[in-house]
Design a protein around this ligand. Structure first.
Ligand SMILES: [Zn+2]
Length: 162
């Protein structure tokens, strides 16, 4: 019996939670549904098997990277990324501009890939989405680990020479 919850949801953690946080959450969850404490663990919707499977995958960095990829794919199929909802928010100010390529670059906060994120001016123009709160955002993916980020920016005023 497999649940529809993601491993992150099963463990009650964030996709950015590190190994220490993961171990802590696992231990707490395990205690909370331990048969000695709570005979009817099924009412929580999560079994010890679920927990162990989730933990074993997420605690292994390779398995976790693979799982993240699958998760992103399934989110993509659901149209999850259409408007960037639920993604980590970044500001274009946090990117550094590389004058050699003309890209705004960011090392991936998840897999640490150097310049995992590169945004060109063209991308900003073509893929930007206007935000309700003003300004724009663009949804970009890491080239190495398929982490998606929602990058906010304000349009730089271009002064037209009249
Ligand atoms: Zn990455």
């Amino acid at each position: 019996m497999s649940s529809n919850k993601s491993y992150y949801e099963i463990l009650g953690i964030d996709t950015t939670t590190d190994v220490n946080g993961l171990k802590k959450a696992y231990k707490e969850k395990l205690l909370s549904i331990h048969p000695d404490k709570n005979r009817d663990s099924s009412q929580l919707g999560v079994t010890i098997d679920d927990l162990q499977r989730a933990y074993q995958v997420l605690v292994d960095s390779d398995l976790r990277a693979n799982y993240d990829k699958e998760l992103e794919e399934s989110y993509k199929k659901q149209g999850f990324h259409n408007n960037g909802e639920g993604l980590d928010e970044y500001s274009l100010d946090e990117f550094y501009f590389d004058p050699a390529t003309g890209f705004y670059c960011l090392d991936c906060p998840r897999c640490q890939m150097s310049r995992g994120f590169e945004i060109s001016e063209e991308m900003l123009e073509e893929h930007c989405i206007e935000r309700n709160s003003g300004g724009f955002h663009v949804v970009v993916q890491c080239s190495a680990c398929s982490l998606w980020l929602n990058v906010n920016f304000d349009v730089v005023e271009e002064y037209e020479s009249t």
